[in-house]
Design a binder for this molecule. Structure first.
Ligand code: HEM
Length: 154
């Protein structure tokens, strides 16, 4: 699989996330509902409580979306985040479920504004993020299903 992240993808993701921010509580609630429905065993991993976790996830997503313009600083941040997730008992395969939950939550809160192009852009961006996380935290799992990432200037 080859993931190509273009400047167009980044711009679309940054633009759509601006629309999500004012309704981020609904967005993040749908996100976790979707994740827990798809992989029920993940629910019990959240020990601190969802009222604390939801804003942390939104804040990190904002950091990531903003950081797409600066991969040299974003990458080490993501690697550290992923390594902390090992201690939360997160498995490599949960990242795909979280990606699907993310796309679903965006579709629910953005409605028609979540165009097919925006969907593709978010999927590409999430693939890049998840790849960096999985490669950092679970190097042996990452080898089994390793996407090739190309950052193009289109
Ligand atoms: C790119 C994807 C993800 C982002 C941006 C993200 C973001 C965060 C953030 C900001 C925290 C707060 C603690 C910290 O910074 O170390 C956190 C904690 C946590 N995340 Fe994630 N996460 C992601 C993927 C996942 C996945 C796939 C799972 C799988 C279920 C997961 C489960 C957890 C758990 C269990 C905690 C600890 C919660 C607690 O202490 O109650 N995360 N995450």
């Amino acid at each position: 699989m080859t993931v190509t992240l273009s400047i167009g993808h980044k711009a679309l993701v940054q633009e759509t996330f601006q629309q999500v921010l004012p309704i981020s509580h609904t967005f993040v609630t749908v996100f976790y509902d979707q994740l827990f429905e798809a992989v029920p065993e993940t629910k019990s991993l959240f020990k601190t409580g969802m009222d604390f976790q939801r804003p942390k996830f939104v804040a990190m997503l904002l950091t990531i979306v903003t950081g797409l313009d600066h991969f040299e600083t974003l990458t080490p941040n993501l690697q550290e985040l992923a390594k902390r997730h090992i201690r939360y008992r997160v498995k490599a395969e949960y990242y795909s479920a979280a990606g699907n939950a993310l796309l679903k939550a965006l579709a629910v809160v953005l409605g028609k504004a979540f165009t097919p192009e925006a969907h593709v852009a978010w999927a590409a961006v999430y693939d890049v993020i998840a790849t960096i996380c999985v490669e950092a935290a679970y190097p042996s799992d990452a080898q089994a299903n390793k996407p090739t990432i190309e950052l193009s200037e289109e």
